[in-house]
Design a protein around this ligand. Structure first.
Ligand SMILES: Nc1ncnc2c1ncn2[C@@H]1O[C@H](COP(=O)(O)OP(=O)(O)OP(=O)(O)O)[C@@H](O)[C@H]1O
Ligand SMILES: [Mg+2]
Length: 265
């Protein structure tokens, strides 16, 4: 199938229901979304509207009932086999008995053959980039929540995937740390542009990071609105204080409140 040039992720008309036949609940209803190569797209919406389900369908972790997903022009299965998809789950899921460095190197070790002809990122370098240069030989249990999150992000980048899927990676962090992590990710992404799908509940986070913000509605989960974030790049923390940022915050919050109100009727 012909894919628009530069298309990273193509989600076409994806529907997904859960539950036994007869009492099925539609969680995703005809969702279509394209994320261009190098584009950062955030997904925001009421709890239970299907954000994680959409991310999991895109990652190939669950199958859609209807519709298709292509990654860089190939099926999700092929893209996943080719290690084109990086995934940062909501909880870091590090192996407690392995050091931080071993955790980050693990995907390389278990897949030696498949990796023989691809460019891999140096695990130590990645850990340093994410501020864990001095923690490589520690075990996950010896790290703070924020450090564990950073290790999980470093691990997802180790294959240098073309597509990065992140499910609320900073949700467990306090506001201060969350902002630090957000800006570190932004810096890293600005020099390593991937197609990113980033699920978050934070409006400022979505604005600071994204090119576009997808606002989802619930019951059934669907795309309600897509908001362009045309703030100039590269962005720094100074952007928070600009009128443009505040205007966008108002727009996104209004869109979100409309969905929240609808979700509670
Ligand atoms: N494997 C499953 N089996 C049955 N129902 C499921 C399954 N996974 C998700 N659901 C249901 O689908 C709906 C959407 O779930 P999902 O996790 O995608 O929401 P979400 O938007 O990520 O919510 P949150 O913001 O709370 O993380 C919920 O009602 C959830 O209970
Ligand atoms: Mg979720």
């Amino acid at each position: 199938m012909a894919v628009a040039q530069g298309a990273g992720v193509e989600i076409r008309n994806v529907s997904k229901s859960f539950g036994p036949s007869g009492s099925q609940v539609t969680v995703l209803d005809g969702v279509s979304l394209t994320i261009g190569m190098g584009e950062f797209v955030s997904v925001i919406g009421p709890s239970g509207c299907g954000k994680s389900t959409l991310l999991k369908v895109t990652a190939g972790l669950i199958d859609a009932d209807l519709g298709t997903v292509t990654i860089d022009g190939e099926s999700v299965t092929a893209a996943s086999r080719d290690k084109k998809i990086g995934l940062v789950p909501q909880s870091p899921a590090l192996l407690p008995w392995r050091t931080v460095l071993d955790n980050v190197q693990l995907p390389l070790a278990v897949n030696k053959k498949a990796n023989s002809d691809r460019i891999l990122r140096d695990a130590k370098e990645l850990l340093s980039t994410f501020g864990l240069g001095n923690a490589m030989s520690k075990y996950p249990g010896q790290l703070s929540g924020g450090m564990q999150q950073r290790a999980a992000i470093a691990r997802a980048f180790v294959f240098d995937p073309a597509i990065m899927l992140m499910d609320e990676p900073f949700s467990a962090l306090d506001e201060m740390n969350r902002d630090l992590q957000r800006m570190a990710l932004l810096d890293f992404w600005q020099s390593n542009r991937k197609a990113v799908m980033f699920v978050t509940h934070s409006v400022p986070e979505a604005i600071m990071l994204s090119d576009r913000i997808v606002v989802m509605a619930a019951h059934p989960g669907r795309i309600a609105q897509i908001i362009d974030v045309d703030l100039p790049r590269p962005r720094t923390a100074d952007a928070y204080a600009t009128d443009e940022f505040r205007d966008l915050e108002a727009v996104v919050r209004t869109a979100l409140h409309t969905q929240m109100e609808d979700a509670h009727v």
